[in-house]
Design a protein around this ligand. Structure first.
Ligand code: SER
Length: 320
């Protein structure tokens, strides 16, 4: 049985990963580290939680010792567009929290999961069927911190045998907690507009393809990798994973199957467009499939149907 600490448990991924981990390992074995409001509904009643500023290593170490933690999921992040606008914050959180968590993992003998991203690739990376091992010269603050995370995590494994593992997440689509300041956020926001009957202003041009994944698959990816037999892992930091690749037009068409009158107009955000243009169109995730059995369940249509069903229910309940 694991004893898990989640750093960033109130964010887009953390708010759902905590629920899934608790259903597997038991509520009391998953400690939710939080930094700032807003808190998901019922957060403090659902299980143990602890305030942690990941930039203060002693706060992480104290929680790890107090709760006898053996596995850390470090989800603290400043997403790509926000990090470009506030590079100092991007460096501090992207690098600071990473090194603090790795040091605590090494000193307290913990396994550690750190998400990397499609942002770890750059303009001269092959865009289609992007290989697992390829050119990584990102030109964003976010991307540079993600590459650093991959390299440093492999270093901690090789030099100190820290059990570091990571996936390169694509854009994550979810209906519980909104992301903030990411280049892929449009693929979440569009659903809220459709269900509310409002016009969606798309910040990216038609023809901008990026990898995406529905949250249930993203949770599977993280948990499955952390449960994988280490003897089967040729790679560690970090695995390409994807579930679908689409551009705004394809997503719009999929949503219009449910809302034929829904309107999308383009209001291109030059910063987000330039970031998206530097990222791959579609990753090759065959190493993840071979080494630990990655196999996503949601394609564009299934994800769209489920997102709309969930958001409609929220709307009917008056919570949207
Ligand atoms: N969703 C992230 C972003 O857009 C990419 O990993 O910043």
């Amino acid at each position: 049985m694991k004893r898990i600490l989640i750093i960033g448990s109130t964010g887009q991924i953390g708010s759902e990963l905590s629920v899934r981990l608790r259903s597997i390992y038991g509520a009391d074995n998953v400690i939710c580290g939080y930094y700032a409001p807003p808190f998901p509904e019922g957060f403090f009643e659902a299980g143990p939680s602890v305030e942690i500023d990941a930039l203060h290593i002693e706060q992480i170490a104290d929680a790890v010792r107090k709760y006898k933690i053996d596995t850390i999921y470090n989800l603290a992040a400043i997403l790509s567009a926000t990090a470009e606008k506030n590079p100092q914050l991007g460096w501090n959180v992207g690098v600071g929290s990473l090194l603090n968590c790795l040091d605590v993992a090494r000193d307290c003998n913990c396994a550690i999961f750190t998400p990397s991203s499609i942002g770890a690739f750059g303009p001269n990376t092959p865009k289609d069927h992007t290989p697992q091992d390829t050119i990584q010269r990102p030109n964003t603050v976010y991307g540079i911190t993600k590459v650093l995370g991959e390299l440093v995590s492999d270093y901690y494994f090789e030099h100190w045998q820290v059990d570091t593992r990571s996936v390169r997440f694509p854009g994550i689509i979810s209906n519980v907690t909104l992301p903030g300041g990411g280049t892929t956020d449009y693929a979440v926001e569009i659903f809220y507009k459709a269900v509310k009957g409002e016009i969606f202003e798309c910040p990216l041009k038609a023809g901008t393809f990026m990898d995406m994944m529905y949250m249930p698959d993203a949770l599977d990816a993280a948990i499955q990798l952390m449960e994988a037999d280490p003897s089967q892992l040729i790679h560690r930091n970090s695995f390409n994973v994807t579930a679908m690749s689409f551009d705004p037009e394809m997503l719009y068409a999929s949503i219009r199957r449910h809302y034929p009158d829904f309107q999308m107009v383009y209001a291109v955000d030059p910063l987000k467009q330039s970031i998206a243009d530097s990222w791959p169109n579609q990753l090759d995730d065959s190493c993840a499939r071979k080494e630990w059995g990655w196999n996503p369940h949601f394609n564009l249509e299934r994800m769209t149907d489920d997102m709309i069903r969930k958001l409609r229910t929220k709307r009917e309940n008056g919570s949207l």
